[in-house]
Design a protein around this ligand. Structure first.
Ligand SMILES: Nc1ncnc2c1ncn2[C@@H]1O[C@H](COP(=O)(O)OP(=O)(O)O)[C@@H](O)[C@H]1O
Ligand SMILES: O=C(CO)[C@@H](O)[C@H](O)COP(=O)(O)O
Length: 570
């Protein structure tokens, strides 16, 4: 797969929920190397072997790294964490695989990367000294074992911080005020609320922490051999950064934990070169000492870059989480959805919705109703009609983010709730339901046209990415429900490709070159599905029913408002 011949390139990394991935992109913007390491593999095999040119390097997987799909779900069902050393070890494994395959690291001009958003890493006092003096004779995970004050890090799937969310909103004048300031009302997975929980429940670990990174800036720090700053785009997913003037909000910091600003360090523009690669990589892997590290960002912002999203387009990412995002010139922060600073243009923004029950939910229904086969799953979509005979379903095995519902709820054409559907009806109900929810909740985020907010404009393309965008039958339902053509790019790893593009942009940013100019030679997205004739009539009526039924479930399942706990004395 790798080409031993010299080829100047940039690397793009992605530290996502289930895997760490990398691509190499050459100066003509062709992807010529791709690799990944599934965290699941770490669990299933317990051992991972990589052959380098001398011998087999065997990684034994310590118990704490055994995860389900990259995460630990705790007994309360709300707390979700990932072992920080799992990410370090996954990086070791990929680098060793690249070296074993003859990858020429000396040709890498710059690298950047992405991380699953909102997750946080807690570096213990003294860790910075270890980072700056890494020995090239050892793997990273062998040297960083004692560097973390929290070894299992809170990640985006966590929803255990409702009390901290209410405290933060109360401290700044309410949910809408917080949204106006930071781009989002308080969300359980957002980093400020996670940090507040750590401070309240593990005050000693908090006080022994010298630096708090996002997953993205943590990964950048591994390459830099020193602490990398957080970038403005991923920093917008913390409920701590003021998205207009891009500085930490003192009110939010104070509401979450003491001394937080010094533990976070400064936030920087996303296209910043944050330094040169650590000598560890020069000596162990043969990188050039001039290889630059461009600030890492969130995986969704990186995907926006990788898909070269334009105003009017809608990106739909079908990874572990499903997300939908838009490029916006003017942000309108609301009570639903998020506004992040753009990762490629300091003047602009992106709007995002996140759905927690994405690929893992589809996998469950595939296993239950399609004999664990995506082929059978596709056949069910092909053999059922658009609109599913009026049958509608809501499938949220874990507490959903958009909307806040848990459980499976199925309705017949007469709106009668039933406990089961035949397998093929179940599969169509799941996929139609997932896309109807996206369309309904995205209406409020849309583009301003003549003072109205409009989601679909005549030139709208839907750009699909993530693992499930391999599946043409799923993409056909997406085109039908949205009434717009669906395009894909050559790789489903848009966050990695976007990271490599951003690395090129970082190198050129000093000259003021816009991102669009840097990526103008990149291959155009390919058409994957167009709306079927008659789809819009069918889904117009169905979308209204879906929205009403969603309201009905929300009203039936919503608990009485929680008492706001007293903020702890800081
Ligand atoms: N043919 C397919 N049809 C539907 N889903 C698929 C298919 N192939 C892979 N996937 C899904 O893609 C998911 C991984 O997507 P990916 O974007 O790589 O996730 P992440 O970046 O969060 O690790 C898997 O969990 C799997 O369910
Ligand atoms: O929480 C969000 C976005 O707000 C998630 O989209 C995470 O960023 C996880 O990404 P994947 O691993 O599913 O790509």
């Amino acid at each position: 797969m790798a080409e031993p011949a010299a080829r100047r390139c940039c690397l793009g990394w992605d530290f996502s929920t289930q895997q760490v991935k990398v691509v190499a992109v050459d100066a003509e913007l062709n992807v010529f190397y791709e690799d990944s390491t599934y965290h699941l593999l770490l669990k299933d095999t317990g051992l991972f072997a990589v052959k380098n040119d001398v011998n087999y390097l065997t990684f034994s997987i310590i118990d704490m790294c055994q995860t389900q799909g990259g995460v630990h779900v705790h007994e309360d069902g709300l707390t979700v964490t990932s072992p920080v050393l799992m990410w370090v070890q996954a990086l070791d494994i990929i680098l060793e695989k690249m070296k074993a395959s003859g990858f020429d690291f000396s040709q890498v001009l710059a690298l950047s990367g992405a991380g699953q958003q909102h997750g946080s890493v807690y570096w213990k006092a003294g860790a910075s000294r270890v980072l700056t003096s890494l020995s090239p004779d050892l793997l990273l995970h062998e040297q960083l074992q004692a560097c973390f004050s929290i070894t299992d890090c809170p990640v985006w799937m966590d929803s255990s911080t409702t009390a901290q969310c209410r405290q933060l909103e109360a401290a700044v004048g309410g949910a809408q005020a917080l949204s106006g300031l930071t781009g989002s009302r308080a969300y359980e997975r957002f980093t400020g609320n996670q940090i507040a929980k750590i401070y309240q429940q593990k005050p000693e670990a908090y006080s022994h922490t010298e630096r708090i990174s996002l997953v993205s800036s943590f990964a950048a720090s591994l390459f830099l051999g020193s602490y990398s700053p957080i970038d403005h785009s991923d920093g917008s997913g913390m409920n701590l950064l003021r998205i207009q003037d891009k500085v930490w909000s003192q009110a939010c910091l104070a509401a979450c934990a003491p001394h937080l600003e010094e533990k976070l360090g400064p936030a920087v523009p996303s296209c910043s070169v944050v330094g040169s690669i650590s000598s560890y990589y020069v000596r162990r892997y043969g990188f050039s000492s001039g290889c630059k590290v461009v600030a890492f960002t969130g995986d969704n912002p990186a995907s926006l870059a990788g898909m070269r999203l334009e105003e009017g387009d809608i990106a739909v990412s079908l990874g572990t989480s499903d997300t939908l995002f838009l490029w916006l010139q003017e942000p309108t922060p609301a009570l639903e959805g998020h506004i992040f600073c753009s990762p490629v243009d300091p003047q602009h923004y992106m709007a995002l919705l996140c759905f927690k029950n994405g690929s893992l939910m589809r996998e469950k229904i595939r296993d239950e109703s399609a004999s664990r086969s995506w082929g059978e799953f596709s056949k069910a979509l092909q053999s059922t009609e658009m609109g599913n005979g009026g049958n509608l379903g809501f499938y949220f095995d874990v507490m959903e983010i958009t909307p806040e519902i848990i459980g499976r709820h199925r309705f017949t054409a007469e709106n009668r709730e039933v406990s089961a559907f035949p397998g093929d009806v179940e599969i169509r109900a799941l996929i139609e339901g997932q896309f109807m929810a996206k369309k309904i909740h995205a209406e409020g985020l849309g583009y301003r046209v003549n003072f109205n907010i409009t989601l679909i404009v005549p030139k709208t393309k839907i750009l699909a990415t993530g693992g499930a965008s391999h599946n043409r039958d799923i993409l056909q339902v997406l085109a039908d429900v949205f009434g717009a053509p669906v395009y894909v790019i050559d790789t489903t790893n848009s966050a990695c490709v976007g990271s490599a593009y951003r690395a090129f942009h970082g190198l050129a940013a000093g000259t003021g070159m816009p991102f669009s100019e840097v990526v103008k030679l990149a291959p155009n997205p390919r058409l994957a599905a167009t709306p079927t004739l008659g789809a819009s009539q069918i889904y117009e009526a169905l979308l209204q029913r879906y929205a009403k039924l969603e309201q009905r479930i929300l009203t039936q399942t919503r608990e009485p408002p929680e008492r706001i706990p007293q903020a702890q004395a800081h």
